[in-house]
Design a protein around this ligand. Structure first.
Ligand SMILES: *Cc1c(COP(=O)(O)O)cnc(C)c1O
Length: 396
């Protein structure tokens, strides 16, 4: 057989997701093996010694590596086009490790203001405790990035599309500014998914995921991952940090996530199709005062979204008439769509950010990132879109 035909790096995304990273045990199982083991045995004392000196590469302890976990990491790396991938127990463990593994007292971090709540907490509450200066900017304002990055900076962190207002940040432009300031750029790529956006190709240095969201996609398990092509960062900072602080992904969860990856391409395409139909439907409703969906021409950064993403995304945010009362009446009137702060699930889920995911922010901080009292965030699921439309229609 032509060797090129079997090189996984040449496979298309859907093939990578079904087959990438699979390593069969001597039993030749079809499906990926689930290795529920914390430790490994050595043939001899000499072999154990060689493993510890690094002269032989092998499994030693599941806090460092585990065959099921490695299969998940290798499959995700192949999809992302990244040289290195490590997984973590949750998305927040990934965000925390991606940041703190490279930071020390006196360093400076610049981040976009519209972040997932816990990422915002780490940057504004945790990092300053260790003597790290943190600066938040309006992510869509390139002048603000340029100004904030005039000083030497260790690390830049951003999320695009942002949660929950779905603003789009220009990854390529910010990566150039970050690199000029000496910083590594970390992208929280959860909302975009690895199917719709490839930050490393746009100039980012590090990509992180909450695998809890679309990668599992069926509401079963927590997980996270960090990907990079930066060997120095990975080998000398991130890997030792994770080995010794221990936020490892459990083999069982890695196995669930491997199965999630198999259908990721299929699911994300359907999520996007449904989201697009619902965004258009909502735009035509008089009780809906604003629709935010990057795939619609009406989105303020639609062109940028279409330049750096291959689809409009799986989330639709919109403002319901009547402020908080109007939004609550609408949510409580839904029959099919569930009220839940989770996202990226097969089931359509809706939340009122001002009183849930972003309740900790002051009213001023919420207004700065576009969270009005009437705003709701819909994670569009895999149901028949006509049923979703009918549910939204009757609740409105
Ligand atoms: C959910 C989420 C996280 C955190 O992931 P967990 O798996 O819940 O720890 C981080 N960033 C974004 C954008 C998320 O949606």
């Amino acid at each position: 057989m032509d060797a090129k035909k079997t090189d996984p790096a040449n496979w298309r995304s859907a093939t990578k997701l079904v087959r990438g990273g699979t390593e069969r045990s001597p039993f030749q199982e079809t499906s990926e093996g689930l290795f529920l083991t914390s430790g490994y045995v050595y043939d001899s004392a000499e072999e154990a010694e060689r493993a510890f000196t690094g002269d032989v590469q092998r499994y030693m302890y599941s806090r460092y590596a585990n065959p099921t976990v490695t299969m998940f990491e290798n499959r995700l790396a192949l999809l992302e086009g990244a040289e290195y991938c490590v997984s973590t127990a949750t998305g927040m463990a990934a965000a925390y490790a991606a940041l703190t593994s490279q930071l020390k007292a006196g360093d400076r971090v610049v981040a976009s203001r519209a972040l997932f709540g816990s990422c915002h907490y780490i940057i504004t509450q945790e990092l300053p405790k260790f003597g790290i200066e943190t600066v938040l900017v309006d992510g869509i304002d390139l002048d603000a990035w340029a100004e904030a990055l005039e000083e030497k900076t260790q690390c830049v962190f951003l999320e695009t599309p942002s949660n929950p207002a779905l603003e789009i940040i220009d990854i390529k432009a910010v990566s150039e500014l970050a690199h000029k300031a000496g910083a590594l750029l970390i992208i929280d790529n959860v909302f975009a998914t690895p199917i719709l956006q490839k930050p490393l190709e746009l100039g980012a240095d590090i990509v992180m995921y909450s695998a809890t969201k679309h990668i599992d996609g069926q509401g079963r398990t927590l997980g996270g991952a960090i990907l990079t092509n930066n060997e120095d960062y990975f080998e000398n900072l991130l890997k030792p940090f994770l080995r010794h602080t221990g936020p490892s992904l459990s083999p069982f969860n890695a196995w669930v996530l491997l199965k999630g990856l198999e259908t990721l391409d299929l699911r994300v395409r359907r999520h996007v199709e449904n989201a697009h139909v619902l965004a258009k439907f909502l735009e035509g409703r008089k009780q809906v005062t604003k629709v935010l969906y990057p795939g619609l021409g009406s989105h303020p950064q639609h062109e940028l979204a279409m330049r750096q993403m291959t689809g409009g995304g799986t989330m639709v945010s919109f403002e319901v008439d009547g402020g908080k009362d109007g939004a609550f009446r609408f949510l409580d009137g839904l029959g099919l769509i569930d009220i839940s702060n989770n996202l990226g699930d097969a089931k359509s889920l809706i939340t009122h950010p001002a009183t849930t995911t972003h309740h900790r922010l002051s009213p001023e901080e919420r207004m700065e990132i576009g969270i009005s009292d009437g705003l709701v965030r819909l994670s569009v699921g895999l149901e028949d879109v006509e049923d979703l439309k009918e549910d939204l229609d009757q609740a409105l």
